[in-house]
Design a protein around this ligand. Structure first.
Ligand code: GDP
Length: 196
């Protein structure tokens, strides 16, 4: 997809604030904090800084709706896996996600951003299983590909699939926000789910 417009429409904390006018297909984006989620969004939409790291500790945890080309929304789910997050914050985060994933009819798929250098973490696995619980197709983006030697990439991909116990139909796409490798493939996968 050639991105000609991308704007943040709302940072929502509850259902009342989700955009409904127009009701467009949505792709949720999730990943551990610092995994490279903002860099992924920015690379996909050709912007340096639209998706700032708004999900840092201490900041309000929100679902950020980015409208792309007036065709669909990327819905940025706040990063998980902070060591220092309180039980109360974790519960609020869980409740916000639950509300969105249970109710949202126009949610078509999720992209789960993981770090290709390492095995998916327990949090990554939980998130993957969470999506599967809601019967969502998942596109796994294995980012920071530029940091893995070419002859090691295949085995890192296989580990990612194995550790997540990837279901049939779900894909892992190696990606780099530095080199833009994988960008075309990632767009193809996303376009498939929004019927573009
Ligand atoms: P977020 O917290 O998941 O939104 O992570 P960021 O997008 O802010 O990225 C965290 C750090 O990883 C930053 O220093 C980025 O420059 C770096 N980073 C993200 N993606 C890549 C990538 O594909 N390759 C490399 N080499 N660094 C990356």
């Amino acid at each position: 997809m050639k991105v000609t417009s991308a704007e943040i429409v709302i940072s929502a904390v509850s259902q009342k604030q989700y955009p409904n006018d127009p009701l467009l297909p949505e792709i949720a984006l999730a990943g551990r904090s610092n995994v490279g989620k903002s860099s992924f969004i920015n690379k996909m939409i050709n912007r340096k800084n639209l998706a700032r790291t708004s999900s840092k500790p201490g900041k309000t945890q929100t679902l950020n709706f980015y409208k792309i080309n007036d065709v669909f929304y990327f819905v940025d789910v706040p990063g998980y896996g902070y060591a220092k997050v309180s039980k109360k914050e974790r519960e609020a985060w869980g409740k916000m996600l639950e509300e969105y994933f249970v109710e949202r009819k126009n949610l078509k798929a999720a992209a789960l951003i993981v770090d290709i250098r390492h095995d998916p973490t327990a949090d990554d696995i939980t998130m993957y299983n969470f999506f599967k619980h809601y019967e969502l197709p998942v596109v796994v983006i294995a980012t920071k590909l530029d940091k893995v030697a070419k002859n090691k990439r295949e085995s890192h991909m296989r580990r990612t699939m194995k550790v997540l116990e990837l279901e049939d139909g779900d894909v892992v796409i190696p990606f780099s926000s530095e080199t833009a490798e994988g960008k075309e493939k990632a767009w193809k996968a996303i376009e498939h789910f929004i019927n573009w």
